[in-house]
Design a protein around this ligand. Structure first.
Ligand SMILES: CC(C)(COP(=O)(O)OP(=O)(O)OC[C@H]1O[C@@H](n2cnc3c(N)ncnc32)[C@H](O)[C@@H]1OP(=O)(O)O)[C@@H](O)C(=O)NCCC(=O)NCCS
Length: 405
């Protein structure tokens, strides 16, 4: 098996091989209407070939920024475009590409990688763990009255206005609002300018027509948007609600729920524990479905990654971390004071023993250590360490990612 980084001249071969692996055609727009792969960068793409030079496998990374707990922005390599021709599967092509790719990322000094998994059984073996979750919320419009907020509550009546535009007429409004939102939302990824410019991805980034309601604050500055389309059977489908605070989110949700000629509104991406259901007078007016993992995280440098994120509680933990794919093992003392961590190698007795993929699941605060202890993934050497780990790894709010790549 040979591996090479693609160049502009063989990028077409890369794209064709990738599409053959998915059984699709490169020139056919995907569901969202865009050529999603147009935002790939040739020098971040890898082509695996047989000894005779026949291309059989592809993988690439996007240079994203990931928001960590505490509002820290960290570089994260977004693994994508992973495919192996059906004729060459289960012969170790992906394994060889992953080894190459993770080695390259480390050589570039990257300490985090993320991905979206087409199937949940593929990436654990390579050290990735599911770290953010998302669900669909279907709200019956006729039962969707809002509960009256308590006077002075954070989600009180918003000040501002809503304007309906077509996504094609939004200029850079959506890009700017998305960028403000993602900086404050743990688990969110940057959407580099290239994506908006090339209209790569899913709506509202892609060229597929969408209505967009833009919310503006009292000074007329955009601070939120909702992208939506009318589906079959009086359904209004919401691609994403992006808001820089909860009151703006509520205003946009009220806006879509007040549409005439609509019997239900489907919010495609709602984070776990989102307040929206609690805002409805009838809790059962909203039905959760399609609960699934979204962003998977892989730590490439454990002490650096743990020192990078913000922390909500103080304490000390000794973590014994196995990385079977890279054949590594490390024991680290994590000391957190005033929201910042120091993480150094230690020979103290461990509090928790875990696989690097489980640490990936804990990293953004979307999975609690106690859940993984109860599931038999993580071994706790002292019962008190579990509650401490839960308090330490928690994030200020549930991590959420709705960028598709
Ligand atoms: C997923 C895919 C890239 C795997 O490539 P591959 O070259 O066959 O993978 P490997 O031979 O290196 O497999 C490594 C191990 O993972 C397992 N594995 C690979 N794909 C798997 C899958 N889809 N489900 C379960 N296990 C899988 C293999 O059985 C093998 O296990 P083993 O080491 O115990 O024998 C390939 O099947 C593919 O292109 N699928 C369609 C496109 C796709 O889903 N891409 C992923 C996008 S996120």
């Amino acid at each position: 098996m040979e591996m090479r980084t693609t160049k502009d001249e063989d990028f077409g071969v890369f794209v064709d091989t990738l599409h053959a692996a998915f059984g699709r055609f490169a020139e056919t727009p995907v569901d969202g209407g865009g050529l999603w792969w147009s935002a790939l960068e040739a020098d971040r793409c890898l082509l695996a070939t047989t000894a005779e030079g026949r291309p059989v496998g592809t993988a690439g990374t996007y240079p994203f920024e990931l928001t960590l707990p505490g509002g820290v922005l960290a570089p994260a390599a977004g693994l994508t475009a992973v495919g192996v021709l059906p004729s060459h599967r289960r012969q170790g092509v992906l394994t060889a590409m992953m080894r190459h790719q993770l080695g390259e990322l480390r050589a570039r000094g990257e300490f985090l990688s993320v991905l979206l998994a087409s199937e949940a059984r593929i990436y654990g073996r390579f050290g990735y763990g599911p770290a953010t979750y998302t669900a669909r919320l279907t709200v019956s419009r006729h039962r969707a009255a809002f509960a009256a907020p308590r006077a002075g509550a954070a989600a009180g009546p918003p000040v501002g206005s809503v304007e309906v535009l077509r996504s094609a007429d939004c200029g850079e409004i959506l890009e700017g609002v998305y960028d403000r939102y993602r900086r404050a939302q743990p688990g969110a990824l940057s959407r580099p300018h290239r994506w908006w410019e090339l209209r790569a991805g899913q709506p509202p980034v892609s060229p597929v027509p969408r209505y967009v309601a833009v919310h503006r604050d009292a000074d007329g500055l955009p601070d939120g948007y909702v992208s939506y389309a009318f589906g079959e059977a009086d359904t209004l489908k919401v691609d994403e609600v992006i808001a820089t605070d909860d009151a703006v989110f509520t205003a946009l949700v009220r806006f879509v729920l007040e549409h005439d000629l609509v019997s239900e509104v489907v919010f495609k991406h709602v984070p776990p524990g989102h307040p929206l259901r609690w805002q409805l007078a009838d809790f059962r007016a909203g039905e959760v479905g399609g609960d699934t993992d979204w962003l998977w995280v892989r730590l490439l440098d454990v002490p650096r990654a743990l020192a990078a994120r913000g922390w909500c509680a103080d304490g000390e933990l000794v973590l014994d971390v196995d990385d079977p794919f890279l054949g590594e093992h490390g024991r680290y003392l994590l000391t957190v004071r005033d929201g910042e961590a120091v993480c150094v190698p230690t020979d103290r007795d461990p509090d928790l023993s875990l696989d690097v993929r489980d640490l990936g699941s804990l990293y953004l605060g979307g999975t609690t250590p106690s859940t993984l202890v109860r599931a038999g993934h993580v071994r706790a050497h002292r019962p008190e360490a579990v509650a401490l780990a839960d308090a330490l790894f928690r994030a200020e709010r549930a991590p959420h990612c709705l960028h598709w790549f």
